[in-house]
Design a protein around this ligand. Structure first.
Ligand SMILES: *[C@@H]1O[C@H](CO)[C@@H](O)[C@H](O)[C@H]1NC(C)=O
Ligand SMILES: *[C@@H]1O[C@H](CO)[C@@H](O)[C@H](O)[C@H]1NC(C)=O
Ligand SMILES: *[C@@H]1O[C@H](CO)[C@@H](O)[C@H](O)[C@H]1NC(C)=O
Ligand SMILES: *[C@@H]1O[C@H](CO)[C@@H](O)[C@H](O)[C@H]1NC(C)=O
Length: 291
C-alpha cells in the first residue's frame, strides 16, 4: 500500500509538473472582466474574485483562452441571504449562432429558501436540455467545487466531486456533440428577476444590495484551443492526455452510485421528463443511456 501510495504521489507530481496544458494560475492571470469591472474586484493575490451585482450593473469574467476538452474547476461561494432574483452562472461557451455551451446556473432565493442549481447544454446553437437540482448543502456558507468535465466521450457536471449529470456523445447516431468548437470559461452575476425565482414572482430586494458571489481556485486542466486547424494538435501536444484516458471516459460504479443518490433525492426538473413541453416529441438523447 505504502509503495502504491508513493507511486501515485510521484505520478501526480509528474503529471502536474509536466502537463503544459494545465492552467492553475491565479484567477487574475487566466481570466478578465468583460462586464462590470467597475463593480467587482480581484483581491488578495488575484485569486479572490468577487463578482458584484448592484442596481447599476452586474458583472462577469471570462477566460483569456478558449479550450477544447478539459476539466474546468471553480470554487464558488454563492450570494448569501436574500438572493432572490439573482443568477450566478459558471459555464463554458463558444460564440456565434451555432455555438456550444455547457452551463451551471445558480438561481437565488429569499433568505432560508433553497437555491436552484440549473444545468443545460447547447450543441450547435440548440439548447432546451435543462436539468435542475436542489443543493444538498448550503452553497452560501462556504466555497464548493463546481467542475465541468468535458472530453470526447462525455460531459460530466460535478459538485464537490459528485457527478450530478452526464451527457454522452452519440454523434454517430446523429445527436450533435460539442467537439468542434473551442469554448471559453465564463462566470457572471446578474439580475434575472423576470424569471429566476419562483418563475419571476419574487423580485430583487435592492435594499440588501450589493450582492456578492466569491470565487477562487479556477483550474482548467484543458487543451488550449488555437482554432479549427489544430484540433488534433491540441490533443497531441498534451503529454498527459488524461481527458481521453479510460479513467476519464466513464464513471466508476461508486460515482454512478453517488450520481443516482443525487438524482433520486435532489433532482427537481428533467427535460426528458417533460412530455408536455416537447409535445410528445422527446429529444433523441432521452432514449439513450447517459451513464
Ligand atoms: C474538484 O472536482 C473535480 C471533479 O471531481 C476534481 O477533479 C478536482 O480535483 C476537485 N478539486 C478540488 C480542489 O477538490
Ligand atoms: C425558492 O424557494 C421556493 C420555496 O421553497 C421554491 O419553490 C423555489 O423552487 C426556490 N427556488 C427558486 C429559484 O425559486
Ligand atoms: C419524472 O416523472 C416521473 C413520473 O411522472 C416523476 O415521478 C418524477 O418525479 C419526475 N422526475 C423529475 C426530476 O421531474
Ligand atoms: C434541438 O434540441 C431539442 C431538444 O433536445 C430537440 O428536440 C430538437 O430536435 C433539436 N433540434 C435540432 C435542429 O437539432
Amino acid at each position: 500500500m505504502a509503495s502504491l501510495r508513493a507511486f501515485l504521489v510521484a505520478l501526480f507530481i509528474f503529471a502536474v509538473a509536466f502537463d503544459p496544458s494545465s492552467v492553475n494560475a491565479k484567477i487574475s492571470k487566466s481570466m478578465y472582466f468583460y462586464w462590470g469591472a467597475q463593480n467587482s474586484a480581484m483581491l488578495g493575490n488575484g485569486d479572490d474574485l468577487q463578482l458584484v451585482l448592484n442596481q447599476a450593473s452586474g458583472s462577469g469574467v471570462k477566460s483569456k483562452r478558449p479550450f477544447l476538452f478539459g476539466s474546468m474547476q471553480m470554487l464558488i461561494k454563492l450570494v448569501p441571504g436574500n438572493s432572490a432574483g439573482t443568477v450566478t452562472a459558471y459555464y463554458v461557451s463558444s460564440s456565434g449562432d451555432t455555438h456550444d455551451e455547457i452551463d451551471f446556473e445558480f438561481l437565488g432565493n429569499t433568505s432560508g429558501q433553497p437555491y436552484t442549481i440549473h444545468t443545460n447544454i447547447y450543441t450547435q446553437g440548440n439548447g432546451s436540455r435543462e436539468q435542475q437540482f436542489r443543493p444538498w448543502f448550503d452553497p452560501t456558507a462556504d466555497f464548493h467545487n463546481y467542475t465541468i468535465h468535458w472530453n470526447p466521450t462525455e460531459v460530466v457536471w460535478y459538485i464537490d466531486n459528485v457527478p450530478i449529470r452526464v451527457f454522452r456523445n452519440y454523434e454517430n447516431e446523429g445527436i450533435a456533440y460539442p467537439n468542434k468548437q473551442g469554448m471559453r470559461v465564463y462566470s457572471s452575476l446578474w439580475n434575472a428577476d423576470n424569471w429566476a425565482t419562483q418563475g419571476g414572482r419574487v423580485k430583487i430586494d435592492w435594499t440588501v444590495a450589493p450582492f456578492i458571489a466569491r470565487y477562487r481556485n479556477f483550474r482548467a486542466r484543458a487543451c488550449k484551443w488555437n482554432g479549427p486547424v489544430s484540433i488534433n494538435q491540441c490533443a497531441a501536444n498534451t503529454p498527459a492526455n488524461w481527458w481521453t484516458s479510460p479513467t476519464y471516459s466513464k464513471l466508476s460504479d461508486a460515482q454512478l452510485g453517488q450520481m443516482n443518490w443525487v438524482r433520486d433525492n435532489y433532482m427537481i426538473y428533467n427535460y426528458c421528463n417533460d412530455t408536455r413541453r416537447f409535445n410528445g416529441q422527446m429529444p433523441p438523447e432521452c432514449f439513450k443511456a447517459q451513464f
